[in-house]
Design a binder for this molecule. Structure first.
Ligand SMILES: O=P(O)(O)O[C@@H]1[C@@H](OP(=O)(O)O)[C@H](OP(=O)(O)O)[C@H](O)[C@H](OP(=O)(O)O)[C@H]1OP(=O)(O)O
Ligand SMILES: Nc1ncnc2c1ncn2[C@@H]1O[C@H](COP(=O)(O)OP(=O)(O)OP(=O)(O)O)[C@@H](O)[C@H]1O
Length: 491
């Protein structure tokens, strides 16, 4: 990219989250990722450069190590002309969802991250004229904590995502509770994964987006977004899954297309080679938390069938979901066990503020930082060193709980080789695919007190509004027959 000759007309709004905004180049497979801040919070250019460089270093030295280099794209920090950034900011403003406009794009530093556009296949030698379908999933936390420090009984049976749903709906963030449960997606059991993906398709919230040729065709930005339309989605997807087939429209066609999509995504999620060092985080055969969340309709359906522990296929060790889960499980103590350790570090820093640098609280995120993360002991010897290791592991785990997985699919011609890319078959076509992770920004040390408070709020709200009620009341969330149809429907 020639940073000297930048034209805002070549870039378009692509998407944004809580902390960054992404624009995509119209022709080339690159995006620019800018930081966003509340209007009152001004940072210096040097701070912004350092923040972005930390993101690159953390991806390179930590997440690439854990997840494997094929999945992680670190990008690079670029310096752009200020007039380009300001014009670009004006150009895209009208496309931003209202709910995200509480923060402004940083137009003052001129720094941004340049990354491959993962909504198009991420390597440049891949022919760009081929149609591309891309599914982005933000799977969230895939396990129930086992830590002895957990005091809220509900946390031992219901996963954080399912509990949080109730608070989100009550506060108006989303309109209705989703049937998606991360434990179903992370189960490795195809039937449960199909259920999880269908549930995401029914209620995408911010956990699912679908792009066609780089354009968002499915997903919602906030509670005001229009209701998801499966017929429209199927219309977009039909040429991918039934290329030369006269499959007529209508509900049968919609179901067939959605079924193919769910099957293909499941296969891709279960694929993968065993590169990356997430294996270094394996905790041996000791006890582990429940494998099914009580709030998941799938789990409830199993219980009704008298199957308390599901047939567990488990995730293959090489796949990205497995590796992501291993990193998430660096949160060994749960926020309830971690918070007192955070306080220990805080007390030490209050006494020795100059030590903040030595403790690598704000970086550098280098090889030494990575090595310390591999110490999985939970034996507290009362030291600051122990507390610090757990705090840093927690931050990394939280990052993995909030990242997204991008799956790009491009149809292969029946007889053509796939440029050495892995290929996934569907019933009427074959796709070359790539899988990548995005949003691997290390969660800030300062967010720990917020996490502690939020955790209490989520659990208390859940316990008050749902758990306290009788199981029959809980089940009004779902019509039982509908839930069984989803479970038993062969996909
Ligand atoms: O706390 P959670 O689980 O609600 O996660 C937050 C996300 O909300 P979600 O539940 O996925 O809708 C939230 O996503 P949205 O802004 O709601 O799309 C952010 O990803 C937030 O991360 P950060 O503060 O921007 O670094 C996320 O905060 P972290 O907890 O990961 O720091
Ligand atoms: N390299 C990329 N290629 C294609 N699209 C991307 C890329 N990076 C980000 N995006 C898109 O931009 C959106 C916002 O990016 P991202 O999730 O990094 O924002 P964020 O503000 O850091 O998120 P969060 O709300 O979790 O803090 C993503 O959901 C994704 O759709």
């Amino acid at each position: 990219m020639d940073e000297g000759k930048m034209d805002e007309n070549e870039w378009g709004y692509h998407g944004e989250g809580n902390k960054s905004l992404v624009v995509a180049h119209a022709q080339r497979c690159v995006v620019l990722r800018f930081l966003k801040f509340p209007p009152s919070r001004k940072k210096t250019s040097e701070e912004i450069f350092q923040h972005l460089q930390n993101i690159v270093d953390f991806s390179k030295n930590v997440m690439k190590e854990f997840l494997g280099e094929n999945y992680v794209h670190c990008g690079e920090v670029v310096q752009l002309p200020l007039d380009f950034v300001q014009q670009l900011c004006l150009k895209i403003q009208s496309e931003r969802p209202e709910s995200r406009c509480d923060k402004d794009l940083d137009t003052l530093s001129g720094y941004a991250l340049c990354l491959p556009n993962l909504a198009r296949l991420q390597t440049y030698h891949f022919a760009e004229h081929r149609p591309i379908l891309c599914v982005e999933i933000k799977p969230k936390c895939g396990f129930i904590p086992l830590s002895g420090d957990v005091t809220h009984e509900a946390k031992r049976r219901v996963c954080r995502y399912c509990m949080h749903q109730h608070l989100k709906v009550a506060t108006g963030k989303w309109k209705q509770i989703s049937k998606y449960c991360p434990l179903d997606l992370y189960s490795g059991n195809k039937q449960r994964m199909h259920f999880a993906l269908k549930s995401l398709l029914q209620e995408a919230q911010n956990n699912l987006k679908i792009f066609k040729n780089g354009e968002l065709i499915y997903g919602c930005t906030d509670a005001r977004s229009p209701v998801a339309d499966w017929n429209e989605l199927a219309h977009h997807l039909k040429p991918f899954f039934f290329p030369s087939n006269g499959l007529a429209g209508g509900p049968h066609c919609t179901r067939a297309v959605i079924r193919e999509l769910v099957r293909v995504i499941t296969r891709v999620l279960l694929s993968g080679s065993d590169k990356g060092r997430a294996g270094a985080l394996r905790r041996g055969p000791g006890p582990r938390g429940p494998r099914v969340c009580e709030a998941s309709p799938f789990g409830r359906s199993l219980r009704r069938q008298g199957k308390n522990s599901p047939e567990c296929s488990g995730l293959p060790k090489g796949c990205l979901l497995y590796k992501t889960l291993q990193v998430q499980m660096l949160d060994l103590l749960d926020i309830e066990g971690l918070y007192p350790l955070y306080r220990r570090v805080e007390r030490y820093l209050e006494e020795f503020p100059e030590e903040r640098k030595t403790l690598q609280i704000d970086g550098p995120y280098d090889e030494a930082f990575y090595q310390k993360l591999l110490d999985l002991s939970t034996e507290d010897d009362g030291t600051v060193a122990f507390a610090l290791t757990k705090v840093q592991q927690y931050r990394v785990a939280m990052t993995a709980k909030d990242c997204s997985i991008m799956i790009a699919l491009s149809p292969c011609l029946q007889d053509a080789s796939s440029d050495q890319r892995p290929v996934v078959p569907s019933s009427r076509s074959r796709f070359a695919f790539s899988v990548s992770v995005l949003d691997l920004d290390l969660k800030p040390y300062e967010s720990i007190p917020h996490q502690y408070k939020l955790d209490g709020k989520i659990v208390n709200f859940y316990s008050k509004t749902v758990h306290a009620k009788d199981a029959a009341v809980v089940s009004t969330r779902f019509k039982e027959s509908e839930d069984c149809t989803l479970v038993l429907h062969k996909v």
